[in-house]
Ligand binder design. Sequence first.
Ligand SMILES: [Zn+2]
Length: 451
Amino acid sequence: MKKFSAILVFFLMFSYAFVGIQSSSASVAQNDAELNFPENIVFSLDLKSADNVAQVKLHYGTIRDACGTVSALAYPEFTTGSSINALWEWNMLQSGGEPPGTTIWWQWEYIDQQGKSEFTDKKEILWLDDIHDWKLLEDGLIRFHYYENDIEYATTLKDAAVEALNHLHEDIGMLPDQPVDLYIYSSTQDMLDAVFYVPGWTGGLAYPDYNILIIGIDPDNLEWGQNTEAHELTHVLVGDYTFSCLGSTPTWLSEGLAVYGEGGASSFEAAFFQQNVKADTVMSFSVLSGGFSEDPDIADLSYSQSFFMVDYLIQTYGKEKMLSLLQRIKAGDAIDEALQYAYGFDLAGFQTEWRSYYDLPAWDEVSQQNLQNPTPVPTIIPIQGIDSQVVPSDPVALQSTPVAQPTQSSVSANGIVDWLSRNLILILVIIGVNCLLLIVIMLLVRQKGAK
Ligand SMILES: [Zn+2]
């Protein structure tokens, strides 16, 4: 028995030694990520006893709904030797940025001279600023993050989010499949500082793939904040319900539902919409299927009209058909097919029926084309937030200025050119008179000199 034990011990020692020879000699001394929110994140690796390492790769990505595994690969430069230091910067300005609150993961791969690769442990980090002292309130499927030093502000807005979720469940039958993270900034500017490439009038943003929404809510603007929460929460839910690798949800549908989730158009929005119905200046359904204009006035009509399109479908045909429309989009149907399946008409047919409901003549694509040239919003943003805080209070003024004003610099440059061309003759006369005076003075001086 003793003899057998000795053989076993020897065998085990031998096999450990054998495994030791086979494994890479490198060991991980340091493996970190440093956030410079919102500009970049720097991943760094320090490998000791790494003589045999020939290549280093970085695998990284975010935790979100995606079509298959989304993993980016970087080949950082590194110094060879007994100790290897590798650095890789993920530049958010170039990639378009990730929403605050995103979980970022990374994993290093190092490959030896024989082509054998090894991986470090997969690590995660929360992509969020450290300027604000973030606090958390949890309630059911709502995770409410805030930093405003006012518990009443926080509970009011948290309760409004919970209520909005219940209301959406009862009204349209939608419920999120995972908790939703709300990051509430104390001002619009604080929020805009945390994201890139969004229109200046954006008040909130929903990221349905991440189950995250961000809003800037001033403590003096709580009512607006509650509406916006409901709006953006609806986006997250619609995103969950329509997430598809094959197609996309038309903007009128997601924004119309979001306004529906808010509790409908405000009296101002409804009046503005009715004005446009009266003047037959409502927008084309196909235009509203793409990105909304950056111009606040056109955006306002886009949002309110989208609501009245969705509201017509829900009031006329019920919430079950709306859910079936969303399911068809999730299954990959284009909007024409999905509408046909749920309602028996395509987008053009829907437009005809809706316009006749408002006593408007059938859509004339050609004559309307020149009226509506939308400026598309940057496509890098998952879904645009509504909620301009700069909505003018006068609906007539809205209609009279449908085009963006030129910027200050072009106004002043054009102004000088205009003024010069208008006063050309006057300028020439002044120059002529001055020349004459100069000649007279010179003649007088000469005469004096001659005397
Ligand atoms: Zn929206």
